[in-house]
Design a protein around this ligand. Structure first.
Ligand code: PGA
Length: 256
């Protein structure tokens, strides 16, 4: 089977003011001018979305939010809606990043509502799952990932495989410098695809893109992205630097 088109995302987390984000975006605009073979998305903090969109709107780089609320609008201090993200230029949104789950206590039920809302609004959710080190050491990786998918994607029927992205991000690999080995990642990705097949049918599951995230760097990107079931990367730290992010995208192009 031909390799699925890779999708490489940069999650800037709570880094970069609008001014700093604009500087990085200008550098990306120059470096990514010839990128055709892979999809690229950057997810800046909400305050920088407009500034980044201004610079990248006519380029291959798509914009994503880092989080959303499931309501259209309302008295939800500190939250951001799908409509707001779209109006700011977003076509993607990260849902259930491990920092949202583990630092801010987000649970499957709310993440399910967020994923449903994103899909209803035509935003592509990047739905994140992943086990902790403790889970892995107890041999619970598949059980945890299965539960996150089962609950988080409950009631969701996907006909268009391009309408959603799943990201496998082992918590122990995020921001630690210790990436999953290509084989460890590939094993879980194959497991996720199998599970998505039970949910949505094999033909759809075969087309859905599953990103790997967790200490992806220019040095390890090619080997990770070369695995059969790894269809992209969600990059944190290394996406903050335009040179490093561009190098990861180049690695993606070289295996495409
Ligand atoms: P990292 O973060 O690349 O800094 O490990 C990945 C992520 O949180 O998506």
């Amino acid at each position: 089977m031909a390799k699925r088109r890779l999708v490489i995302g940069g999650n800037w987390k709570m880094y970069k003011t609008p001014t700093e984000a604009a500087t990085t975006s200008k550098a990306l605009k120059v470096k990514l001018i010839n990128v055709e073979a892979v999809d690229v998305v950057v997810c800046p903090p909400a305050t920088a979305l407009l500034a980044v969109n201004q610079i990248l709107k006519d380029t291959v780089v798509k914009l994503g939010g880092q989080n959303l609320h499931w309501a259209d609008e309302g008295a939800f201090t500190g939250e951001i809606s799908a409509k707001m993200l779209k109006d700011a230029g977003c076509s993607y949104v990260i849902v259930g990043h491990s920092e949202r789950r583990h630092v801010f206590g987000e649970r499957d039920e709310g993440l399910n509502k967020k994923a449903i809302k994103a899909l209803q609004e035509g935003l592509i959710p990047i739905f994140c799952v992943g086990e902790t080190l403790d889970d892995r050491e107890r041999g619970r990786t598949e059980a945890v990932v299965r539960e996150q998918l089962q609950n988080g994607l409950a009631g969701i029927v996907v006909d268009d495989p391009g309408s959603i992205v799943v990201a496998y991000e082992p918590v122990w690999a995020i921001g630690t410098g210790v990436n999953a080995t290509p084989q460890q990642a590939e094993d879980v990705h194959a497991f996720i695809r199998e599970f998505l097949g039970q949910l949505w049918g094999k033909a759809t599951a075969d087309q859905v893109r599953i990103q790997y995230g967790g200490s992806v760097k220019p040095q390890n990107a090619e080997e990770l992205l070369g695995q059969e079931n790894i269809d992209g990367a969600l990059v944190g730290g290394a996406s903050l630097n335009a040179d490093d992010f561009a190098a990861i995208i180049k690695a993606g192009q070289s295996v495409s």
